[in-house]
Write a protein that binds this ligand. Structure first.
Ligand SMILES: Cc1cc2nc3c(=O)[nH]c(=O)nc-3n(C[C@H](O)[C@H](O)[C@H](O)COP(=O)(O)OP(=O)(O)OC[C@H]3O[C@@H](n4cnc5c(N)ncnc54)[C@H](O)[C@@H]3O)c2cc1C
Length: 409
């Protein structure tokens, strides 16, 4: 059984990039269909940071109030705890613009806000449980996709397909585009620990000998990410949960005594990390953005913001071109050119962090002791005003985008 339909732009993937692009194109008057393979937005953790520049963008789109009504934690400062003490490294209150914090909002709630706003637009359609399997091509040009839904195959034709299907993008693969992989020395273990009165507030990074972890303050619990050496999860499991618990307490002694924390590895999720980038983000009739074009590591928590900024830049260029039926490879090249520099800058920052911070902590043979603050951290303590620089890099990002006029409400 096969059905057939046509749309003005087919977006594959309902993550931050796809949901934002879908909304913007629909507001720009383009018939838009977003295909998401899951039935809801609840899935593997991929970050829940809503950055200051995204908060400003949401204000411009008239969605700021909606987001503000969601359960969120606002983080104004980030610090790093070394063996020698705690050091403030980023102070969001010093950044320019109306929002001087990062909001931690469950990603499904954030995507729901975008979906609800999309549903109000007459040109918008979001199809859940739609798993894109392949591309349709016509004379060498991508002209649509094939997807399965509830056991049926569907054919959706469009003058443009946008791959927003993340770092393992099927669409990218079917188009013959292969990203260059920079390699990442680590994976992440992800779990919750109870938070008690008197525990630190906000975002906290812990760098100790052989352990690197982040703790996100979620009110009554910490969402914890422990960075481990790539492919070392099996040996860690084999050593047993008690040994892992002990490593956590060794790194942060104040974690001790909070009841039954982590009864087994069933409470711990393994998240694999990839850092890669396409040399060319498009072929005729198809554009890749977000992680499909450049997979981001969790370092700095900046991938969602970058994906959203890609979507805004793409919409700005695509709306006039799609409305006049004039999308060419030159149109798509303009979008890549606009987003290339912020992507390279952000990924370079992540590669440097991988090489000089992460690799030495996760490799037992390379770890040194004691962990003393690097000079840059000392400088940030001495001149707190400088903490606005890392804060702006994380919370605003390189070359932030603003809502195009046609999308503002
Ligand atoms: C462990 C980890 C932690 C991270 N933490 C953070 C963080 O705290 N902050 C941050 O900013 N970034 C973080 N990142 C990076 C961030 O997750 C990504 O950069 C961001 O999600 C990219 O958004 P996207 O929309 O391009 O892709 P994704 O968020 O991956 O969305 C892709 C969407 O496409 C759908 N899809 C996939 N295949 C198909 C198909 N065949 N058909 C239809 N739909 C499909 C998926 O279901 C998904 O909804 C983290 C990454 C990792 C690995």
């Amino acid at each position: 059984m096969m059905t057939s339909a046509r749309t003005g732009c087919c977006i594959v993937g309902g993550g931050p990039a796809g949901m934002m692009l879908g909304l913007l194109l629909a507001r720009g008057g383009v018939e838009t269909t977003v295909l998401e393979k899951h039935g809801d937005f609840l899935r593997d953790f991929r970050g829940d940071t809503v950055h200051a520049s995204t908060l400003t963008l949401l204000d411009e789109l008239g969605l700021g109030q909606k987001l503000a009504s969601l359960p969120a934690r606002w983080v104004e400062r980030a610090s790093v705890e070394l063996d020698s003490g705690r050091y403030d490294v980023a102070d969001m209150t010093r950044i320019p613009g109306p929002h001087k914090h990062i909001a931690f909002v469950p990603q499904w709630d954030f995507l729901d806000v975008l979906a609800e706003a999309g549903e109000c637009e007459p040109h918008y359609s979001l199809i859940m449980n739609a798993d894109v399997m392949d591309l349709i091509t016509d004379d060498g040009r991508v002209s649509g996709v094939l997807y399965t839904r509830e056991g049926m195959t569907h054919r959706l034709e469009a003058p443009l397909v946008v791959a927003c299907d993340g770092r393992t993008s099927v669409v990218r693969k079917r188009a013959g585009l292969r990203p260059y992989t920079f390699g990442a020395p680590m994976d992440v273990l992800w779990f919750r620990l109870p938070r008690l009165a008197g525990d630190p507030e906000g975002g906290l990074g812990r760098v100790s000998r052989k352990l690197l972890m982040i703790l996100i303050d979620r009110g009554d619990y910490f969402q914890v990410g422990v960075v481990i050496k790539k492919d070392s999860y099996e040996s860690l499991r084999n050593a047993g949960i008690e040994s892992f618990r002990q490593r956590l307490v060794d790194a942060l002694p104040w974690l001790d005594g909070r009841g039954e924390m982590l009864s087994s590895f069933d409470d711990v999720r393994l998240l694999t990390v990839v850092l890669s980038r396409l040399q060319r983000w498009y072929v005729d009739g198809l554009l890749c953005i977000g992680d499909a074009a450049h997979a981001m590591s969790p370092v700095g928590g900046v991938g969602i913001n970058l994906a959203i900024q890609d979507a805004v830049a793409a919409a700005r260029v695509l709306v006039p071109a799609l409305r006049t039926g004039s999308v060419t490879t030159e149109t798509l090249r303009r979008i890549q050119r606009r987003r290339w520099l912020p992507t390279v800058i952000t990924q370079t920052f992540q590669r440097i962090a991988h090489r000089f911070v992460v690799a030495s902590r996760v490799d037992a043979n390379a770890a040194t002791e004691p962990t003393s603050p690097p000079s840059v951290m000392k400088l940030l303590q001495r001149f707190p005003v400088l903490q606005g620089i890392p804060a702006a890099f994380i919370a605003i990002g390189a070359l932030p985008e603003h809502a195009p006029e046609f999308a503002r409400r």
